[in-house]
Every structure is written in structure tokens, then in C-alpha cells.
Design a protein around this ligand. Structure first.
Ligand code: NDP
Length: 494
């Protein structure tokens, strides 16, 4: 068993190899200056909430308070929406696309220049490993701005009508699992299409959205084009029901998505919902096992499983199930859990006490229902919110761990015998966001992709994202697409 590592007291999940161990490799947090207090970003300036209320944001790996952040209320939502409306009418709406594009390019370049700062701040506020924030979240966020900058002056060629028009003011509510990346997914297409935005980040992860607001200032974005309202659920609800908003884009839980749908019914506002998932990652007997195991690990343990499209249900063909599960367990024994700022860390902290409680509750239900629970040898740090990578075998489709979104590092393994059974089991879910297929046969990939009821189907890979590729779900995973030409359509009146 490896010893304690780094600032977060992280411990490797790695099975004992007394011969050697990784030295700590912590990324310095000096690159980030965290202020004691942050205001709301409205009309190009930071300022306190109208009633002066604040809330703390903490580092989930240490429970250390990072800053106090303004808590937006109704008057702040009113102010932000009014600023966005004025900016839409006076500046951003009438501005030629080629001019809007310059601002988006500028934001993208500043994101690249300040990439390390963003990565460290994201890992501090969210708990995700620095290698993920550094190599995935921040580069993809910059890529979204670059990609959409390219569209800003070409909207009439997007096949969405000859003179597509922006919708007006977009209200955007995002979750805590990819705080910067979700902000980029929301802002970049909306701005490229000529809309102005009011963004509400999640309560537990406000800091990178506020740094992005600072980048908007640095890029000289006209005041009011982007507004950032930190706060809790009621601020999101106030934004959703605000009469001055023309379009709502929401990413988060299916439960809140349904609430928003109900609140918006009959208002005439446009809505896109990107909600939960319970994706099947399907491994056939001809799949290259080592590659498939890497894909399974990436599918469910990336970002501690806090991923809406996570491959949380492994469907493995019965004839290779034992081999795949054995190799998977070996691989999980090499994952390192601990200090998110350590460059060797694979599994970081769970984002909040509430989320940890939810994961604990669902995994206890899995055991109670009869599944077999396994985790690699793993001592968790004493402070902070942690959950060991967990695999359940002997899972039936009726178990809660096979039906409900756990949103944590927990994999449920089910087996199948024929491709038809794989399809039936994969589709046996109220969700429909994503799926994975592992096989050597190209024809089988196409056969599966036609039958899987999921917005995204990955073949011999998993969790691959690109701003040019539309992403979104069916059924309880929501509707509408983000990214690509399809994502633009959600912000245009064609
Ligand atoms: P929520 O859906 O509650 O939060 C998403 C965003 O919506 C946050 O900014 C939240 O604010 C805001 N919000 C909350 N209530 C309302 C409302 N009534 N109207 C408008 N906006 C609202 O997700 P949670 O963070 O509470 O996570 C709960 C569960 O949801 C997780 O355990 C996970 O299973 C799932 N989830 C799924 C995600 C996905 O991408 N599929 C993403 C996040 C969570 P605030 O943060 O202040 O509550």
C-alpha cells in the first residue's frame, strides 16, 4: 500500500508495490490569486448583491474555504437581464458577425494564455484532478470559443435559413461538474449567434465562471453582453421565469430540468435541456480487451464519474465477462486517488458533501439489493470528500444502481449473450444521452449505432468531445443539441 501523498493527504489506490512509488508532483497554486470576496458580474462590472448577501465556496479536497461569493437575488436577476437586453439592442445584436468573431477569438486566446491559472482554480474549487482540468476542461473551453468565432460571420451558410436572427437574451444555468467548460458550451454559441447572456454557475463552483467574466473584461467585450450571477437554485429559478429572457439553456439534473420545463410551458421562450444519463458501455467478445478496459475506466472514472454521459453501466458479453472484470480490477488497482493538484492523481475529490451522501446512499442500496461490491485497496484522505472507485458485479437491471444516475465513481456490471440482448438492455433506461460500443467488427458498430437510443454513440472510444460535434440527449436526458451546426440552431430564429 502506498503512503500518503501531497497536500490533500491523498493515498494511492495502487496495490502494494514496495519496490517504488511516485514522488509527489503538486502543481503550484501560486499562479492563482483568490480574492477574499467576489461580486456579481453585471453590465461589465463586479459588484455586491443588492441585499449584500454572500455564500462561501470551499475546496472539496480539504474543506478549506476559498472565498465568499455574492448571492444573487431577484433584484440582481432583474438588473442583469436589463443589462443584457440593453447590450443586445444597442451593441451586440446590430454588430456585424465578423466583429463579434474578433471578441470570441480574443476570449479564446486569453483562455489559452491563462490556461494554467484556470486549471489550478478549477481543480481547487471543483476537486477534479489537475491533469484533467489542464488537458481537457481548459483546452476544450478555448476550442469552443475558437470554433464558434469561426461561425459568427457565416451564420447564413449554416443551412438554418438565409438570414438567421439571434433570439435576444439567453438565460443559462450550469452545473458543477465542468464549471468552465459548461460556461464555454453555453456562452460561445450564444454570442456567436448574436445573443447576449446571463449565466448562473452552480453554487459549489462559481470561481472559474467569475474568472471567465474577468477575461470578458480583459477582451474588451462590451458591458452587458455577458453577465454572471453567482447564487443558488432560487437565482436559477428567477432567471428561468424572468419575462425579459428569450431563451433558456439548462444543464443539470433531470429533476430540475422537469421543473424548468413546467415553469416555461406556454411562455413562448425557447428551451434546451441537457440532463442526466445512465449510459451503457457495451463490450463484445471480439473487442481488444486492454483497449476496452481503458475505455471503461475513462468512461466512468474520468472526473470522479461526475459526468452526465458517463459509461456507468458496463454491458459485457458473458463469454469474456470474467476476463474483462479481472483486467479492470487490475487496472483500478493502479489508479491514484488524492490531492487534485498532484499531477499524478487520477481520481480527485467528490464535489460536495451532498453529492458524497448521494453516492453513499445509492451504493448502500446496491449492496442491500444483492450486488457484489468491490474497490481496490484504498485509504481515503481524512479531510475532504472522497469516494473510492467502486465496481458492482451481479447487478440486475431492476437494481437502483442500474437505473439511477449515481454521478460518482461507481460502475455497475451487467452481462449479455447476443447483440439483440445488448441493445435491449442498453435501451432499458429512461435516459438516452450516450453509449459506447467495443468490437472489432465495423458492421456491428453500425448495427448497434442504429439501434441504441442515445444522442451520442462512441465506438472503440469513450468521452470524446469536440466543439464541432453535436451533443445532447433523448427522453429524460433532455432535448436540443450543443456544439456543431446543430448547437447554433438553438440560438437562432431561422
Ligand atoms: P441541479 O440540477 O440542482 O443543478 C444544476 C444547476 O441548476 C445549478 O446551477 C443549480 O443551482 C441550478 N438550479 C437548482 N434548482 C434550480 C431551479 N429550480 N431552477 C433553475 N435552476 C436551478 O443539480 P445538483 O447540483 O443539485 O445535482 C443533483 C444531481 O443532479 C446530481 O447528484 C447528479 O445526479 C445530477 N446532475 C447531473 C448533471 C448532468 O450534467 N447530467 C449535472 C449536475 C448534476 P445550485 O448549484 O445553486 O443548486
Amino acid at each position: 500500500m502506498a503512503g500518503k501523498q501531497g497536500q490533500g493527504g491523498g493515498v494511492a489506490a495502487r496495490a502494494a508495490d514496495p519496490a517504488w512509488d511516485y514522488a509527489p508532483a503538486p502543481e503550484s497554486r501560486d499562479i492563482v490569486t483568490i480574492a477574499a470576496e467576489y461580486g456579481l458580474f453585471t453590465d461589465g462590472e463586479f459588484g455586491p448583491a443588492a441585499d449584500g448577501r454572500q455564500f462561501p465556496t470551499i475546496n472539496p479536497a480539504t474543506e478549506e474555504p476559498l472565498a465568499r461569493v455574492a448571492l444573487a437575488g431577484q433584484p440582481d436577476v432583474d438588473r442583469a437581464v436589463a443589462a443584457a437586453r440593453a447590450a443586445y439592442q444597442r451593441v451586440w445584436g446590430p454588430m456585424p458577425g465578423a466583429e463579434r468573431a474578433k471578441y470570441l477569438y480574443r476570449i479564446a486566446r486569453i483562455l489559452q494564455e491563462r490556461a494554467r491559472e484556470f486549471a489550478v482554480l478549477e481543480s481547487l474549487d471543483n476537486g477534479k484532478p489537475i491533469k484533467e482540468s489542464r488537458d481537457v476542461d481548459v483546452p476544450l473551453a478555448a476550442a469552443h470559443f475558437f470554433y464558434h468565432a469561426g461561425w459568427a460571420d457565416k451564420l447564413e451558410y449554416a443551412g438554418l435559413g438565409s438570414a438567421p436572427r439571434p433570439l435576444g437574451v439567453a438565460g443559462q444555468v450550469i452545473p458543477w461538474n465542468f464549471p468552465l467548460l459548461m460556461a464555454a458550451w453555453k456562452l460561445a454559441p450564444a454570442l456567436a449567434a448574436g445573443n447576449t447572456c446571463v449565466l448562473k454557475p452552480a453554487e459549489t463552483t462559481p470561481l472559474t465562471a467569475l474568472l471567465l467574466a474577468e477575461v470578458c473584461q480583459q477582451a474588451g467585450l462590451p458591458p452587458g453582453v455577458v453577465n454572471v450571477l453567482t447564487g443558488a437554485g432560487p437565482a436559477g429559478a428567477a432567471l428561468v421565469s424572468h419575462p425579459g429572457v428569450d431563451k433558456i439553456a439548462f444543464t443539470g439534473s433531470t429533476e430540475v430540468g422537469k421543473e424548468i420545463s413546467r415553469a416555461m410551458a406556454g411562455t413562448g421562450k425557447r428551451l434546451t435541456l441537457e440532463l442526466g444519463g445512465k449510459a451503457a458501455n457495451v463490450v463484445f467478445d471480439d473487442a481488444p480487451v486492454d483497449q476496452a478496459v481503458e475505455g471503461i475506466v475513462n468512461g466512468i472514472f474520468f472526473n470522479q464519474g461526475h459526468v452526465c454521459c458517463a459509461g456507468s453501466r458496463l454491458l459485457v458479453q458473458e463469454s469474456v465477462a470474467d476476463t474483462v472484470v479481472d483486467r479492470l480490477k487490475d487496472r483500478l488497482g493502479t489508479l491514484r486517488l488524492g490531492d487534485p493538484l498532484d499531477k499524478n492523481t487520477d481520481i480527485g475529490a467528490i464535489n460536495s458533501r451532498e453529492q458524497l451522501d448521494k453516492i453513499s446512499e445509492l451504493t448502500a442500496a446496491g449492496e442491500a439489493e444483492g450486488a457484489e461490491r468491490w474497490s481496490p485497496p484504498c485509504r481515503l484522505p481524512e479531510k475532504g470528500y472522497w469516494f473510492a472507485p467502486t465496481v458492482f458485479t451481479g447487478v440486475s437491471q431492476s437494481y437502483r444502481i442500474a437505473r439511477e444516475e449515481i454521478f460518482g465513481p461507481v460502475l455497475s456490471v451487467l452481462t449479455f449473450r447476443t447483440p439483440e440482448e445488448a441493445v435491449a438492455k442498453a435501451n432499458n433506461t429512461p435516459y438516452g444521452l450516450s453509449a459506447g460500443v467495443w468490437t472489432e467488427k465495423g458492421s456491428r458498430i453500425l448495427w448497434m449505432a442504429q439501434r441504441l437510443r442515445a444522442g451520442v454513440v462512441w465506438a472503440n472510444t469513450y468521452n470524446r468531445f469536440d466543439p464541432a460535434s453535436p451533443f445532447g440527449g433523448y427522453r429524460e436526458s433532455g432535448f436540443g443539441r450543443e456544439g456543431g451546426r446543430h448547437g447554433l440552431a438553438a440560438y437562432l430564429d431561422a
